[in-house]
Design a binder for this molecule. Structure first.
Ligand code: Z5A
Length: 210
């Protein structure tokens, strides 16, 4: 059986990942492709518990390395329980964030050496890497303004300063430049309809060449 395609969606806070992931999911599904939608940190019962620890703003003293290791602990379970089995069955996997978020947030944002992240990536994932990464890119002020309109308490990451998110955006753009074959960068400052159209154009080409 042909292995499925592993597609990830990335971007800073509030750029529209969750909103657009749904439409990408429906677009792929409408082409008779079996696709699993999931997210990180999380995606499994255990992973969602780890997500709760990571996002809880009351956990103010989480050390940077602890945060990094918790991301990879959740990811390890996610790969074993959800991602690998689906890909092996020929299903496509559409994931809201993956290891590029670790390079961007824990690397760019927190300042952890990317070599250390690469070691964990190798250990936890072996050869598993996304086939396609959709990067929704917008100025930090745009993402934060959109996120601010949502109801509810800000989580531990959302309470960070604008400069934290500027470093993350730069890290994402550097990753896109480093992996031009895998990355598709979409201007997420456009209207929702324009972003949706751009994503559908990209996905049409991906489906055609799959
Ligand atoms: N994290 C990490 O540090 N390291 C890792 O390895 C991983 C994750 C995997 C949780 O992720 C946190 O985990 C995340 C990074 C960290 N923290 N932060 N920040 P998450 O993905 O669940 O959380 P998030 O980035 O905060 O997602 P989000 O805030 O839900 O943003 P979003 O999904 O990109 O945005 P959205 O909810 O789809 O849209 C926000 C609002 O804007 C909403 O009202 C939309 O209707 C509106 N919107 C969206 N697009 C548009 C356009 N084009 N025009 C106008 N309005 C729009």
């Amino acid at each position: 059986m042909k292995r499925g395609l592993f597609i990830t969606m990335e971007g800073i806070e509030g750029v529209g990942k969750t909103t657009n992931l749904e439409s990408v999911y429906h677009y792929i599904n409408s082409h008779d492709i079996d696709v699993v939608i999931t997210r990180e940190p999380g995606g499994t019962e255990l992973g969602e518990k780890i997500r709760g620890l990571l996002l809880d703003h009351r956990n103010q003293n989480i050390a940077n390395d602890t945060e990094l290791l918790l991301m990879f602990a959740a990811r390890s379970q996610h790969i074993a329980e959800v991602i690998e089995p689906a890909l092996a069955q020929g299903k496509w996997v559409l994931c809201d964030r993956f290891t590029d978020a670790t390079y961007a947030y824990q690397g760019g944002g927190r300042g952890i050496d990317s070599q250390r992240i690469a070691q964990l990536e190798q250990w936890v994932q072996g050869a598993l890497r996304p086939d396609i990464t959709l990067l929704l890119d917008a100025p930090v002020a745009v993402g934060l303004a959109r996120a601010a309109k949502r109801k509810g308490e800000a989580d531990r990451f959302e309470r960070e300063k604008q400069t934290f998110f500027e470093r993350i955006r730069s890290a994402y753009l550097a990753l896109a430049a480093q992996h031009p074959n895998r990355y598709r960068v979409i201007d997420a400052a456009q209207t929702l309809d324009q972003v949706k159209m751009a994503l559908e154009t990209i996905m049409a080409a991906v489906i055609k060449s799959a």
